[in-house]
Design a binder for this molecule. Sequence first.
Ligand SMILES: [Zn+2]
Ligand SMILES: [Zn+2]
Length: 259
Amino acid sequence: MGLFGKMFEKKTCAICGGEIGLLGNRKLEDGNMCKKCAAKLSPWFSERRRSTVDSIKEQLAYREANKEKVAEFKPTLTFGTNTKVYLDEDDKKFVVTRVDPRKFEEENPDVIDFSQVTGVDLDIEENMSEDEREDSDGNSVSYNPPRYFYSYDFNVIIRVNNPYFNEINFRLNSSDVEINSHGSVPANMKPYPDMNRDYQEYKKMGEDIRAALTNARQQVRDEAAAARVPKQAVVCQCCGASTIPDENGRCEYCGGAAV
Ligand SMILES: [Zn+2]
Ligand SMILES: [Zn+2]
């Protein structure tokens, strides 16, 4: 078979063993993967080309186990408008996804423990585009001083401890948040986006997500720390024994209220 034949040689998926169609190949470090298998990977995963067949198989096992967590996931608090953050406060877990909870089973969004959160950032990105005028020859030229339109994007970055991705990164706004209701602004004049209602809304949304996840994580850490503190012995007020009361404060010897 010549070079031309080699180009059209059918490849086999190292994961499922299926034949890979034209343009369907997803290259791995040491093999090939089909589109169907690639679609089952976490949406937050981006290291495919540097991944081995074995690590992809491991991730797919993790994704399969995640389906059970999705089935048990009960959102109690939601943030966002497009991509949303759903918290299950009772089970101390969260997911980030664009799909509605009714489609969670189909979508299989990664269910993350609050304790896996290592940090949350809100990045407000300022974008400038120049407002130009036409000169007498019909050419677009800068104003003097140059004038700009300003718009903003609100990005949330949730850093997590997970073997397959370490960041959940998404944008709160679906289109640029423009604050140009009064036209463009000269370069030497800084806009005051905080006066804009959309800007305020998205900023608050991002700050709320950051606060909710940061607090949730801190609470889990505090509870874990409290559980590690050795219980103190007290002298029972009923029987006088030195006792470590149970969680209801009852003496382990006489069953009376020890404190
Ligand atoms: Zn496959
Ligand atoms: Zn006692």
